[in-house]
Write a protein that binds this ligand. Sequence first.
Ligand SMILES: [Zn+2]
Ligand SMILES: [Zn+2]
Length: 723
Amino acid sequence: MENTVKVLLPLPLGDAYDYRVPEGMAVVPGHFVIVPLGKRETVGVVWGTGTGDVAPEKLRDVIAVLPALPMADAMRRFVDWVSAYTLMPAGAVLRMAMSVPSALEAPKTELVYRPAAPTEDTALKLTAARRRVLEQLKDGPAMAAAELAHLAGVGTSVVKSMASVGLLVAEERIVRRSFPQPDGLHDGPTLSAAQKIAADSLVEKVKAHAFSATLLDGVPGAGKTEVYFEAVAACLAAGRQVLVLLPEIALTAQWLRRFEDRFGALPSPWHSGLTSLERRETWRAIAEGRVGVVVGARSALFLPFANLGLIVVDEEHDSSFKQDEGVVYNARDMAVVRARLASAPIVLASATPSLESVVNVKTGRYGEVHLPGRHGGHRLATLSAIDLRREAPSRGRWLSPPVVEAMKKTLAAGEQTLLYLNRRGYAPITLCRACGSGLECPQCSAWLVEHRFRRTLVCHHCGYTEPPAQTCRHCGAVDQFVACGPGVERLAEEALELFPEARLELFTSDSLMNRDEASAAVERMEKGEIDILIGTQMAAKGHHFPNLTLVAVIDADLGLNGGDLRAAERTFQLLYQVAGRAGRDGRPGRALIQTHNPDHPVMQALVSGDRDRFVEVELHDRSLAGMPPYGRLASLIISGPDPVAVDNVCAALARQAPQQEGVTILGPSVAPLALLRGRHRRRFLLKAGRETAVQPLLHAWLEKIGLPGSVRLQVDVDPYSFL
Ligand SMILES: [Zn+2]
Ligand SMILES: [Zn+2]
């Protein structure tokens, strides 16, 4: 019988294919191999022994085995698991685990020199220059010619001639970049009694070297980071690797500095800003176990850890862990799976845990470590709602009289203000005064947002831009456009009119295009060089500003009305975090929340500062409605340029919809974002009980449907977006 293997290719094709292993080639599962695919060659991963369902005359040979370390068994099981859960082809998931193809190639080598064993005529061959060369090599490692020559003060020709006459031996050595080594035994800070108890319990989990999931829950400023750093230290001391997942925008210079202070060296970051060389070197070093701590956004989950001993997901409630394009998955949830497959503990940290995690604690699936109060006796900010129906700003203005008054006092005291509004640009809608029509994106059913500082109109859904219009494309009126509603730029204009002397800055993903600029702004804020910071949700993540004592939430109702399952939860989390920014360094802080709905349960819970009550009320509602975390949801999004073709697919899906007790299929309905990038969109929503496995249902359903080439069907298990 022929020796065949299954090889999975990093392509959205589906399953692994059989290939023949030529005689004399040694192949084990996990090996990266080159195989023929049609007329080209491609790199895949040996996934196991062949299935034997390919006729021998059709079998093609594995061409070569790459010199990279094989993909670990746990990683291969993880790829299969994510694929089965998300209903994405395994190849599409594998692609995320092979994101740096160049790291699989043979690493670069260099020629280095070491002294040869002395012979009888060694002394005869030695000149003064040659002696100096040998002197440099006396106790140290082998060196490249250029370095050696430089140290010895000779030309490289001297080194090379010494090799040719047998005084030196040349050998190939792999060029390896060195990585900072965070030290688990580096002195840590003194922890409060509560922190110590929490840290000890996490350290114990790390020492157990087995899977466990723990929610680390504590108010903003309670010192969660210091606590999970103790678990990181224990893991490093045990010689294992750590992965810290953070929402991309929370990975700031401030976080890195805290890490460096604690461990004496920086962690290795993994994010979109790395160069291809950095990606390759980091990838390899992680696979070889030469990197102790990786901190990154969700894609870091697919890195090839040699010896993973701990995963930390900070800000675990953050919705940016959910990836909505390509392979649709939630990195927080998949991190738990990754930890289980690696037999490692995972810590989920948050001041406002997701309801999913809260319920997992209640049912005993996760452990919980609770950090009461703020570290160092700080109090949470005083929260109050401002009823915009009674204390309205004047027309065309967005700051209510109490907020303006509070800003005056804060400025006079030399303290800082944060104005929070989660709306980029100048105004969310631009209307024509003559005919009342708004400026819409030509490719999406969405308004174009004016960005006045950049002098452009932008679609926030597809990135389409056009110059500000003068003529209305509906009625032809000229110069009749008027901005409606507030964006951060407009708010900045108003604040500057009121406080012309104040030093004011915008903190949004528009005004701060890259990580370095964002870090610089955070630093100016820390140093007190900014009086008024105006920010979108970027400003709500994890920063620590000692002199910030006033936070004003300009439109707390934003996001509450959207037909989104998690709207209230998300609003609560965001506002709670923003309010938590104020008064963190011993000074009392105030948070003023402008709302038209002061009686809404979210506002009530916020103002009372009673997070647990909010959670109870929201969980009760979800449980009555059979919604997550008590029920399961999956979305189907059908899209295409031709609405008729899209509707035909929807009709076919509706006819074949699963009929099962306890399973409800809603739709097809036109998606709220009916047109996106020129594609018409329809949605189905499958709703089922928690005990129902929705994947087999979806499989059976979708199997029956043929898709024309122009129509795309995207499955989203546990959807977060309902647009
Ligand atoms: Zn008009
Ligand atoms: Zn658009």
